[in-house]
Ligand binder design. Structure first.
Ligand SMILES: [Zn+2]
Length: 279
């Protein structure tokens, strides 16, 4: 089916008390492996293109790949821009067929973040594309973006932001970090609860830095209302391990199938964890 918007799959997640994984894709093999995992689990999936992939010239190439994979499938698939760097970049993605764009204005002063995000929303919503914003820079490095803002967002900041911006999804820093965790992270669920109480309808909440989080922490985050969880590092590492395991092979299809199965195993486990039904 054609690609769907981020809002559509996050509304599904809300109704099912689940989260949808946003996996970063860097090449065709990874994108195809993730789609096969989603097919096996029969769950919606968000395929995200990040700044690293864009730097090596893959914005429109990966957009074409994801559109083709979605067209072959009956599952809801979202093509998402991760950590959009500028208004211009979000517009380029919308033109390339993305159905969701993140604008990361977390390093800007709050007022400027609100103004820029509003501009992105005006362009995106005009053509049915969803927008994710970010508040309180997430520490750690990803795709060359190094977060150096406050470790946690404040409730007052979130309140000012969501009163000024009609955003579909909001990434908040609650003690999470990009990359793999060096020590066990302590996510501030009290902060999440306070954010959710701000309004009858707060934007869907997003957790970046889903790689290496303990299963029970992830389940608690979902119970507290997180609807999208980003997983980049674990997918990349699985792919690289698959390549390493077959480095001596002289058959290119051996490495493709082994790397694919490594990525699929990680992705299927995440999908199962994020969509597990609890009684
Ligand atoms: Zn992120």
């Amino acid at each position: 089916m054609p690609l769907v918007s981020l809002k559509e799959v996050l509304d599904w997640a809300e109704a099912h008390n689940a989260a949808v994984p946003a996996f970063n894709i860097d090449n065709i093999d990874i994108a195809q492996s993730l789609m096969l995992a989603a097919e096996e689990e029969q769950k919606p999936v968000i395929l995200a293109v990040g700044q690293g992939a864009i730097r090596v010239g893959r914005l429109d190439l990966l957009a074409s790949v994801v559109k083709t994979l979605a067209a072959r499938s009956a599952l809801p698939v979202v093509l998402h821009l991760d950590h959009g760097a500028s208004f211009e970049q979000t517009v380029a993605c919308i033109r390339a067929g993305f159905t969701s764009v993140m604008f990361d204005g977390s390093s800007l002063p709050l007022r400027e973040n609100i103004e820029q995000t509003r501009l992105v929303i005006k362009a995106a919503h005009a053509v049915g594309v969803s927008v994710e914003a970010e508040l309180g820079a997430i520490p750690g490095a990803e795709d060359g973006i190094v977060g150096n803002g406050p470790a946690k967002v404040s409730v007052a900041e979130v309140e000012a932001f969501i009163n000024g911006v009609d955003v579909d999804a909001l990434a908040v820093s609650i003690g999470n970090a990009h990359g793999l965790y060096k020590s066990e992270p302590k996510l501030d669920f009290e902060l999440l609860r306070s954010i959710r109480k701000l309004k009858a309808q707060v934007p869907h909440l997003v957790l970046h830095g889903g790689s290496g989080l303990q299963d029970k922490v992830v389940r608690s985050a979902i119970q507290e209302g997180v609807r999208k969880i980003n997983v980049a590092t674990e997918i990349r590492l699985a792919y690289l391990e698959g390549l390493r395991a077959t480095m001596d092979s002289r058959d290119i299809y051996t490495y493709i199938s082994v790397a694919r199965s490594f990525v699929m195993n990680v992705a299927k486990a995440k999908i199962q964890l994020f969509t597990a039904e609890e009684n």
